[in-house]
Design a protein around this ligand. Structure first.
Ligand code: FES
Length: 368
């Protein structure tokens, strides 16, 4: 059997704990409790295995990864193995001391999330009073330290009007890159879709703003723009293809091809507590299930783009059609494309209240 090339990146979701409560959080609806999280020793071994199999980058994420006091130890170990290290953080737990521990450990890059450029709105969306000042201070400290900084804004109908202010904020804070990324609609995002889905007019306005800003900033500030799936004609190559470029490790040690894979029923999720990362990547049925093109139904099977979009997103296919192996309904050739048109047509004029990522929502367990 031909060996599968190693993944380029590992997303290390070291915890699901987070002081923020964003209604579009990419974590699963059922959050992993703190008591089940991998130990420091487990993570150090996983990093050894990742480097040995040829992984190049580790993205420390969560939840809020800075909720784990051993984060500097994990970063130091990853750096010693030659891995590029990126911290994906909300910034609300970052201060001069905790940042120094990370820079001393050799951290390469920080991606800092903001919910909005407007303070009151940012704190309403993130569900945390006082968060914006902490984030602004985090950005200042990161710049002062000389670490490359990327800002991330998740865009939706309730903040799209302030994309120009977000871009100005990124320039003012000295970011090298800014992500203007529309919400993805699975998990929490799907639960809150009516409260988040922008109109086509809002999307077009955002596209114009980004195009003008790219011309204005040139190479001073790179802008990554992510279109909302629902207004795309073709599906995105989710995760660069299932089991091809990325792997996620959940706080409990489950190894996943993407952050939402646990939403697919009937699958067995391998864990680093029981198997090596290399064995899971090469052989676990979860990873071979939708890898490549053999699994594809029509029209994907006969599509000229099948090795570009890799059939789109399996988790979205499941969420919208009930079948993870169906053509991603975002594709305008998909038999299920009507559900996308319907979601846009049924989008309420007034957004409903957010359902926050919060302990006590009924379907959620939270380890904090
Ligand atoms: Fe799971 Fe797209 S999020 S395949």
């Amino acid at each position: 059997m031909t060996a599968i090339p190693p993944p380029m990146s590992l997303l290390a979701e070291v915890t699901h704990r987070c002081p923020l409560q964003c209604p579009y959080c990419s974590n699963p609806l059922r959050l992993d409790p703190r008591t089940d999280e991998l130990s420091t020793a487990d993570w150090l071994r996983v990093l050894d295995e990742a480097a040995a199999m040829g992984v190049l980058q580790v993205h420390f994420s969560g939840g809020e990864p800075m909720a784990r006091p051993d984060l500097p130890d994990l970063v130091r170990h990853a750096v010693s193995l030659g891995l590029y290290t990126n911290l994906i953080t909300s910034g609300v737990l970052l201060n001069a001391k905790s940042l120094k521990a990370l820079t001393d450990a050799g951290l390469d890059h920080v991606q800092l999330s903001f919910q909005d450029a407007d303070t009151a709105e940012a704190e309403r969306i993130g569900g945390m009073a006082g968060a914006q000042a902490k984030k602004l201070e985090a950005a200042r400290l990161i710049k002062e330290d000389g670490l490359p900084l990327t800002l991330n804004f998740v865009i939706h109908r309730q903040n799209a009007a302030r994309v120009p202010a977000m871009l100005n904020m990124a320039e003012r804070l000295g970011a090298r890159r800014v992500e203007i990324a529309h919400t993805q609609y699975y998990g929490w995002g799907l639960l809150n879709r009516d409260a988040l889905l922008p109109s086509r007019a809002q999307l077009e306005e955002t596209e114009h703003t980004v195009a003008a800003a790219r011309a204005r900033f040139g190479t001073r500030l790179a802008i990554d723009f992510v279109t909302p799936d629902y207004y795309a004609d073709q599906p995105k190559p989710c995760m660069g293809g299932w089991g091809q470029r990325f792997l996620n490790i959940a706080p409990t040690g489950k190894v996943l091809p993407c952050h939402a894979a646990e939403s697919i029923p009937g699958l067995t999720f391998p864990t680093v507590r029981e198997s090596s990362l290399q064995d899971i990547w090469q052989n676990a049925p979860l990873f071979t299930l939708y890898r490549g093109t053999d699994w594809m139904p029509d029209p994907c099977r006969s599509c000229a783009f099948k090795e570009q979009d890799w059939g789109g997103c399996r988790c979205q296919a499941l969420a919208l059609t009930g079948d993870a192996s169906a053509t991603d309904p975002v594709c305008n050739q998909a038999p299920g494309h009507g559900v996308i048109k319907q979601a846009i047509a049924n989008r309420p004029a007034v957004p409903p209240a957010f359902r926050y990522r919060r302990y006590g929502n009924g379907e959620i367990t939270n380890g904090t």
